[in-house]
Design a protein around this ligand. Structure first.
Ligand code: GLP
Length: 242
């Protein structure tokens, strides 16, 4: 069963996740980190930047693979996940630029690029610690309801709910790309340690469903129950179903 850690508030939960990542790198400086975007991990990244400035973490030997990217957005597009990662983490710390991987949404052949990305994760020896958020429909990465538990990194269609939720980052919903490249659920489940962070009341219901109901294709995050080293970090709000 997952190890569920409930923290007082989002700040404490973010700190817990940052400390897990710092400990991962302390133990193995050449760790492969799986990283996530969305609002949820932003505070964790800020804390990692602080830790780097205090010389409590060194990313110089580490590698990172992000979960996903919108198809059609070039790395330099301000709403791309590559840009998000540069802004929130990469440009403030000392990863080797050659070792921060984010799928390229502008690849000429997105399906081939996705397959190559999956191969690259394997070639570096797999992910040591994979950070995840969770969507309101239970998606992880961009694996929407209906995704299979053995899916690999591929091009997927976004759910209507995801497009609507993510419209807040664009001028309007019709500017949100309809497809993404995402690590598959099978790819994610090969990570040695998976850390899911969820904060806020709006996530309480889906978190409870993901870890209290049997695994099902209707709720992608529920497959995490089949993994033997998952840490779920919640704040009080996300841990409490009203
Ligand atoms: C996004 C991402 C996910 C993320 C989720 C929740 O669209 N592809 O990786 O976990 O939605 O986002 P938020 O943290 O903003 O609630």
């Amino acid at each position: 069963p997952p190890n569920i850690v409930v923290c007082e508030d989002a700040q404490a939960a973010s700190r817990k996740v940052a400390e897990i990542i710092i400990a991962t790198i302390a133990e193995k400086p050449a760790s492969v980190l799986g990283l996530a975007t969305g609002s949820t991990p932003i505070r964790t990244y800020e804390l990692l930047v602080d830790a780097f400035r205090d010389e409590r973490v060194d990313f110089s030997q580490a590698t990172s693979f992000n979960l996903d990217e919108y198809v059609g957005l070039a790395p330099k597009h301000p709403q791309s996940f590559r840009c998000f990662m540069d802004d929130h983490l990469f440009k403030h710390v000392n990863f080797s630029p050659m070792r921060t991987y984010v799928p390229d949404g502008s690849a000429a052949d997105p399906a081939a690029h996705a397959k190559l990305y999956d191969d690259e994760i394997r070639m570096v020896g797999g992910v040591d610690c994979q950070l995840l958020g969770i969507g309101h429909n239970g998606h992880i990465g961009f694996n929407e309801p209906g995704s299979l538990p053995d899916s690999r990194t591929s091009v997927v269609d976004l759910a209507e709910l995801t497009i609507r939720k993510n419209a807040r980052f664009f001028d309007s919903a019709d500017q949100v790309p309809r497809r993404a490249i995402t690590m598959g659920i099978g790819t994610i489940l090969e990570s040695r340690h998976i850390v899911l962070l969820a904060t806020g009341k709006s996530k309480a219901k889906v978190v409870a469903q993901a870890f209290e109901q049997s695994p099902s294709v209707d709720l992608p995050a529920s497959w995490l129950q089949t993994h033997d080293h998952v840490t779920v970090v919640l704040d009080n709000d996300a841990a409490t179903v009203e």
